[in-house]
Design a protein around this ligand. Structure first.
Ligand code: T46
Length: 133
């Protein structure tokens, strides 16, 4: 099974005039993007996520501020990722439980391989754990 991984987008530009960061389907994004959403105005103590997806793959980017993501694989392996720069990305494959929290003023961009479908969510941790038993 593919594991979550961090990667960097190439940055075009220079400090004196700013940067452009580019995401392209099936080039540096390992899937075709069907949906884009962003999460903002998140209170510092808020915990989001607490779910996995059956099919959906995602890329998370902290456009502003920082995002901490704790992932758990079906085998129970836990990893922690810190996104703190808009050229960093976290790839989340299907079947990874994720919990996110955010710095003040964080702006999170998410690129998704699937359209929104609530039946693709595993929101009960015991359903996530039991499907592999
Ligand atoms: C994920 C993380 C990184 C919609 O109606 N359409 C959408 O496209 C999305 C993303 C959400 N919603 C509704 C579903 C819920 O009633 O918005 C509400 C909040 O969604 P949720 O609690 O899933 O939000 P997060 O921040 O915990 O999770 C979101 C994505 O849903 C999820 O796929 O992996 O960001």
């Amino acid at each position: 099974m593919t594991q979550p991984y961090l990667f960097e987008f190439p940055e075009i530009g220079a400090p004196e005039k700013g940067f452009i960061t580019v995401a392209e389907n099936l080039k540096n994004i390992p899937f075709e993007v069907k949906r884009v959403f962003w999460t903002h105005s998140i209170p510092a103590q808020a915990i989001r996520g607490n779910h996995a997806h059956y099919r959906n793959q995602q890329i998370l980017v902290a456009l502003q501020g920082s995002v901490t993501v704790i992932t758990t694989s079906p085998s129970g392996e836990e990893k922690s990722f810190e996104l703190h720069s808009p050229d960093q990305a976290l790839y989340l494959p299907p079947n990874v439980w994720r919990i996110m929290n955010y710095s003040e003023n964080a702006l999170q961009l998410v690129l998704s391989s699937e359209l929104y479908d609530e039946t693709d969510y595993i929101r009960d941790i015991s359903d996530f754990q039991n499907q592999w038993k």
